[in-house]
Design a protein. Structure first.
Ligand code: URA
Length: 483
């Protein structure tokens, strides 16, 4: 029996190097005793870490899905994770499709570990609460957060926090290591930390914010308990408000119902209810577009969510080179949950198709992700979002851009233009031109297809449509130049 002792802090390279060496030496899974360093005395690490026998065999190969699985499973705290992965590595040499066999005991166990790690990571994104500990410079502030993860996820999650909180200095300390960002460097340590004694003025802010966004009519106790397990409460400044808010929810809902003269139309309530009952998507890895979509689905950053059926998030390839940005979902998009599927979308599809642009290559999204409208009889009449709503929603648009990294962005209409540029450009001044914007990207500005649909004068409509076609041809040429 060969014993190998790993630090086991969720680093693929550490396990992979050992596994490669053992595999190359033909050492079978049940001939290795994998241990974790924290459970061992340092001495035994020195004494027992046995180098494998000389390399004699062809290197083993694995499908990319195994690497992804291993990266996640290695973050788990189960000491059996190393041997489980090594056994899978061997078995994959005989059966390349093994990972698809959900009923296989090893596969099922690995998948469950990966799921637990992803869940833990998701909780970290939701429950880390930064506390201010002073300013570094006049315009740069410094924060610390304490979090208690179940698994070794600090390294895995640090880049997420770097992206999210890039303009402040922060330190996240946990019993399983720490991560810090100073605006230039992301540093990580595996040293366990102790809980710092921290409170700050933002605690009160959190509590006020939480109490104000708590919507008693939307309270779903079971879902809330599942999403926000009690073990996280002790580190959440708002946690002690929760029992009181829950207790008063019923009477608040009754009071709301009593003063509902401005309520949404009854048919719309049913749509909202149906959208809420769509089964939750499986949890996506944090820092991905899918995870962002799931977060945006419960967005309450501005009041537009109250009347809309659902969030209409962007769609398209996660690495699309071109992003089209519209204004906000319309009536049909609000019901379908997808952007540009109504009349404006059909016009857009037609014109881009004529210009030789394949919609499936585009990431299509909106400046604002909820439908803003005015009920009129049974109809819902589009209302333009105001600058405050655009600014709130820019949060999602910026994150979409950060993840998709498009080289070319097409702003359709004044709202998209305002969301994408801080400068006050008038659309007609820059329409039909490509301009360089932040992040080495190109912005192309054109009109919104709904504008064309609304033009009452047929001659003007024909002229404007021709210009819109010209714009799409220019975009097609820009796309060809990009690659
Ligand atoms: N108008 C938009 O701006 N976006 C849509 O998704 C539909 C219509």
């Amino acid at each position: 029996m060969r014993r190998v002792v790993l630090a086991g802090r969720g680093e693929l390279a550490e396990w992979r190097d050992a596994a490669r060496a053992f595999a190359a030496a033909g050492i079978l899974p049940d001939e290795i005793d994998w241990r974790e360093k924290s459970a061992e005395a340092d001495l035994s690490f020195q004494r027992d870490a046995m180098p494998p026998a000389p390399v004699t065999r062809r290197p083993m190969t694995v499908p990319p899905a195994f690497i992804e699985l291993a990266e996640t499973v290695l973050c788990h705290t189960d000491p059996a994770r190393f041997s489980l992965l090594y056994r899978l590595l061997w078995r994959l040499q005989l059966d390349r499709q093994l990972l698809e066999v959900a009923s296989d005991e090893d596969v099922a166990r690995a998948r469950l570990m990966a799921k637990n790690v992803r869940r833990d990571a998701h909780k970290m994104t939701a429950f880390v609460r930064f506390k201010e500990v002073g300013a570094v410079t006049a315009d740069r502030r410094k924060f610390i957060a304490w979090f208690e993860p179940d698994h070794h996820i600090v390294r895995r999650m640090a880049p997420f926090f770097q992206r999210r909180f890039t303009d402040m200095d922060w330190l996240i300390v946990t019993p399983k290591g720490s991560a810090a960002w100073d605006g230039e460097r992301l540093t990580m340590s595996d040293e366990p930390c102790e809980k710092p004694n921290l409170t700050d003025v933002t605690d009160e802010l959190w509590r006020t914010y939480y109490a104000s966004i708590f919507n008693p009519a939307r309270l779903k106790l079971k879902a809330m308990q599942a999403e926000m397990p009690k073990k996280y409460w002790k580190n959440l400044p708002e946690a002690d408000l929760i029992p009181g808010l829950i207790a008063s929810a019923e009477s608040k809902v009754r009071a709301m119902a009593a003063r509902e003269s401005t309520q949404a139309m009854p048919f719309h309530e049913r749509l909202q209810e149906a959208a809420r009952s769509v089964p939750a998507e499986p949890e996506a890895p944090a820092g991905t577009l899918e995870a962002l979509r799931a977060e945006a689905a419960v967005c309450t950053r501005c009041p537009l969510y109250e009347k809309a059926t659902q969030t209409v998030f962007g769609e398209g390839p996660p690495d699309a080179e071109v992003m089209f940005v519209g204004e906000q979902p319309g009536d049909q998009e609000d019901i379908a949950g997808r952007p540009f599927v109504g009349p404006a979308g059909r016009l857009l599809d037609q014109v881009i198709g004529e210009a030789g642009i394949d919609r499936s290559r585009l990431y299509v999204t909106n400046a604002v992700k909820h439908f803003k409208y005015e009920p009129r009889g049974k109809r819902r009449i589009h209302q333009r979002p105001n600058m405050g709503e655009v600014k709130h929603c820019r949060w999602w648009l910026n994150l979409e851009m950060e993840l998709v990294k498009p080289k070319l962005i097409v702003a359709m209409g004044a709202t998209a233009l305002a969301a994408l540029t801080d400068a006050k450009h008038r659309l007609q001044d820059i329409r039909g031109e490509a301009m360089a914007i932040e992040g080495g990207r190109t912005l192309f500005v054109t009109v919104h297809p709904s504008y064309l649909l609304r033009l009452p004068d047929e001659r003007l409509k024909a002229e404007e449509l021709a210009r819109f076609r010209q714009d799409m041809l220019k975009i097609q040429r820009l796309m060809a130049a990009i690659g």
